[in-house]
Design a protein around this ligand. Structure first.
Ligand code: SAM
Length: 220
């Protein structure tokens, strides 16, 4: 019977891949990739050759999900990978998993890299109970959501793009007050990794004084 493995891949440092993830990729008859070029580079790095890779991303996931489930049903082992981290976490994955389960394809997600866990744990904020949101909506709904976050007792973790970081920090400061403690994890596992810890006012001062580049996780 066909089995679909969800395989987490490094979020920067190529050493962050498990032995099991490599073995599953080596054994896979079919690999669905967010970007086949990115995955081929990863496979090449680990000397995994001759794999059948197909593109599965936000622009084709709705139309291709049925087709890919049929293809998975014809092989023993298939894998889904995204460009970085765990598929399904702010990346395509959910639709495929739901459809696979509906069609009685066994699904197994390997434990592995994802950006929000190290960001949360090293933030210094309580992590016994937290709320993860992925990306905030760009316009409509952003303010309402930040107001909801402001009222939560749990630590809140979310993803933000470099282009919107300052605007989001400004809005947070407006809604939550400039003294609210925040952590901003930048470029986890990469050369320029840095975690800012301070108030929203200090974060605005820090990130406002230089060009904002890189990947970010916010914890508040
Ligand atoms: N699937 C990924 C995961 O499991 O974390 C998330 C993919 S999502 C498209 C990309 C966002 O995740 C980035 O914009 C950033 O907010 C966060 N992210 C991914 N890698 C990161 C890193 N190395 N450092 C900080 N944030 C990262």
């Amino acid at each position: 019977m066909a089995k679909l493995f969800i395989v987490p891949t490094p979020i920067g440092n190529l050493e962050d891949i498990t032995l099991r993830a490599l073995n599953v990729l080596k054994a896979a008859d079919l690999i669905l990739c967010e970007d086949t070029r990115t995955t081929k580079n990863l496979l090449q790095h680990y000397e995994i050759e001759g794999k059948r890779c197909m593109a599965y991303h936000i622009f084709n996931e709705h139309e291709q999900v049925g087709n890919y489930i049929r293809q998975i049903q014809q092989v023993a082992t298939a894998a889904l990978v995204s460009d970085a981290g765990t598929p399904g976490i702010s990346d395509p994955g959910f639709l495929l998993v739901r459809e696979a389960l509906k069609q009685e394809v066994e699904v197994e997600c390997l434990p592995g890299p994802t950006a929000f866990v190290p960001a949360l744990v090293q933030s210094g904020f309580p992590c016994s109970s937290f709320y993860f949101h992925g990306f905030l909506p760009h316009k409509k709904g952003k303010e309402t959501l930040l107001k909801r976050f402001a009222e939560m007792e749990e630590t809140v973790v979310f993803y933000e793009s470099p282009h919107r970081l300052l605007k989001t920090l400004e809005k947070m400061s407006e809604i939550m007050g400039p003294d609210r403690p925040v952590a901003v994890a930048k470029e986890l596992t990469k050369i320029h990794e840095f975690t800012f810890r301070g108030t929203l006012a200090e974060a605005l001062q820090h990130f406002g004084s230089q060009p904002v580049k890189g990947e970010f996780v916010l914890i508040v």
